[in-house]
Design a protein around this ligand. Structure first.
Ligand code: ZN
Ligand code: ZN
Length: 528
């Protein structure tokens, strides 16, 4: 049976198994913590006492949930969570797309070719569309610090798609898109100026915390790598705010205001709140996943989520709402931490960092020497894992595309830290793809990623120098995400079978009695 037919059959049997008197949840909350790796909640379980602890104890916990595509980045991950498909289907191949129509150029996943905010590149219906079709009166809202997260989740299905925009002084919607009437006043009252002069103080005793201010961390805006981190300058206020737990509290305050004024969860028609916290990604990039800052931030998130769940208990009613907690991708350990010297070190470990500017310089010079006449244009665009050649540049040099590509592939494969270089044709033709090839294939879309080559760094090598840590590869640390279901209809359990990020949307659709036949994922059982 094809996978989608199987999913539909399971959905049907699951619905039949629900009691006929079962009423759908009044509210579904999809809660995404950007860059929350699948092991985070387990490693900190002893330290948690708020919302995360409640979900771990009373929820259905999948410990082995993975993203099933190679380009593990924010746009692609959020698109997968709401559509139940991989980039090969939903079309969001990365944070930047490389559309075949218009090479050589990149387009943000959130913009059309004219640079206007748009979800046009998302090609598959989302959970929100299915909900809207079945329940025209359903209320749907997407909120995030990041435009990409809010727009990929809310897309064209949501009543409101809101994200943090310092230019607009707070949460904003796309020009011309609906925006709540209360928002301007709320933004005035919740401007980060309110937190000016305040400091993010650590709460863990030193005996339980990782070391602060290690060499590979980058400094907090207007400050240093060491706690406390203070919001003490107007010029770096927004940047610092978005790197502090104050911005998590701020986003949940906005969610509460939205629930309250728009009446989500207040009648028998199910509503959908899509909430993505980006602070966790910003802090993870700056300090690394094993930093004191990251654990301190998650402890703050634990407390804030506890308060939010208590609010839902009071206003929607415990058992009337369903929460799904997950992430858009994981994160790699900081390579300098892995390969550090000194006590407890492992200096021989094959871990490192590829400087994209140096890599580009190396490849451009080699191409220039072999084929070049004029240095006026670059030969290629590079967005991990995609390389797109500039065909006009190749033609101007009188070179052949095949020869240029073969040479580029050879030099790229020789570069320190590069693990895999493949052509898309070879990838598609492979009859027995390796697990990595399968993941790369699922990240390819013929129209949205006009790739001439695909490449990956080796495991524990990262591409980038402007952050301590990053993600974006198909290695387990980048693909492992949490999946916890809690509340309406959910039997507490800890499950160890492997599940996929693509299972989330079809599972929620089945629980709400909605068809989502385009999903590639399975419907997960909610008991035992
Ligand atoms: Zn992300
Ligand atoms: Zn990130």
């Amino acid at each position: 049976m094809p996978r989608t037919a199987l999913a539909t059959a399971i959905a049907a049997s699951l619905l039949l198994s629900l009691p006929s008197s079962a009423v759908p949840p009044r509210l579904v909350v999809v809660l995404v913590y950007d860059q929350m790796r699948g092991d985070f909640l387990w490693r900190w379980e002893r330290l948690l006492s708020g919302g995360f602890a409640r979900l771990l104890q009373q929820g259905r916990v999948y410990r082995h949930c993975f993203i099933e595509h190679a380009a593990t980045v924010t746009c692609a991950g959020h698109a997968t969570l709401v559509t139940g498909t991989a980039p090969e289907e939903h079309g969001i191949v990365g944070n930047d797309l490389l559309p075949r129509c218009c090479q050589p150029r990149t387009v943000k996943c959130t913009e059309d070719l004219q640079g206007r905010t748009s979800a046009q590149w998302l090609l598959r219906p989302s959970l929100g569309h299915a909900l809207r079709q079945r329940f025209p009166g359903a209320r749907i809202a997407a909120l995030s610090h990041k435009r990409a997260a809010a727009l990929m989740m809310g897309n064209t299905a949501a009543d409101y798609v809101l994200w943090a925009d310092p230019q607009h002084g707070g949460l904003t919607a796309a020009p011309g898109a609906p925006s709540p009437a209360w928002l301007p006043e709320w933004n005035l009252q919740h401007h980060p100026r309110r937190w000016l002069g305040q400091c993010w103080q650590p709460t863990l005793p030193d005996s339980l915390a990782p070391a602060d201010a290690v060499p590979w961390e980058l400094p907090f805006p207007g400050g240093t790598t060491a706690f406390p981190h203070c919001l003490n300058s107007d010029s770096t206020l927004w940047e610092a705010f978005l790197l502090s737990p104050f911005s998590v509290e701020w986003l949940f305050d906005a969610a509460v205001e939205l629930l309250r004024t728009e009446g989500l969860g207040q009648d028998s028609v199910p509503d959908l709140l899509l909430l993505s916290v980006s602070t966790t990604d910003f802090v993870g990039h700056l300090f690394g996943p094993d930093s004191r800052e990251v654990v301190e931030l998650y402890l703050a998130c634990d407390r804030i989520l506890g308060n939010f769940l208590a609010y839902l208990d009071r206003t929607v009613g415990a058992g009337n709402y369903l929460v799904v907690l997950t992430s858009d991708h994981g994160v790699a350990p900081v390579p300098e931490m892995l390969a550090r010297s000194g006590p407890g070190a492992y200096p021989g470990l094959d871990a490192g960092r590829i400087d994209p500017a140096e890599l580009r310089q190396f490849l451009e010079s080699a191409l220039q020497r072999a084929f070049g006449r004029s240095a006026s244009r670059e030969w290629f665009l590079l967005r991990t894992p995609f390389v797109v050649l500039d065909r006009q540049r190749i033609a101007a040099a009188g070179a052949s595309w095949q020869a240029v590509r073969d040479s580029l592939a050879r030099w790229l494969a020789q570069y320190p830290g590069i693990g895999i270089v493949q052509s898309p044709e070879a990838l598609r033709a492979s009859e027995n793809p390796s697990p990595l090839e399968r993941l790369l294939r699922r990240s390819l879309h013929p129209e949205h990623a006009a790739a001439d080559l695909l490449f990956l760094p080796k495991p524990y090598w990262i591409v980038g120098t402007d952050a301590a840590a990053t993600h974006g590869t198909p290695y387990d640390y980048d693909r492992h995400i949490p999946l916890l279901l809690f509340g309406w209809g959910i039997t507490p359990a800890v499950r160890d079978e492997p599940v996929s990020a693509e299972d989330i949307a079809p599972t929620l659709a089945a629980l709400l009695g909605l068809p989502l036949p385009t999903a590639q994922g399975r419907v997960l059982p909610i008991s035992p």
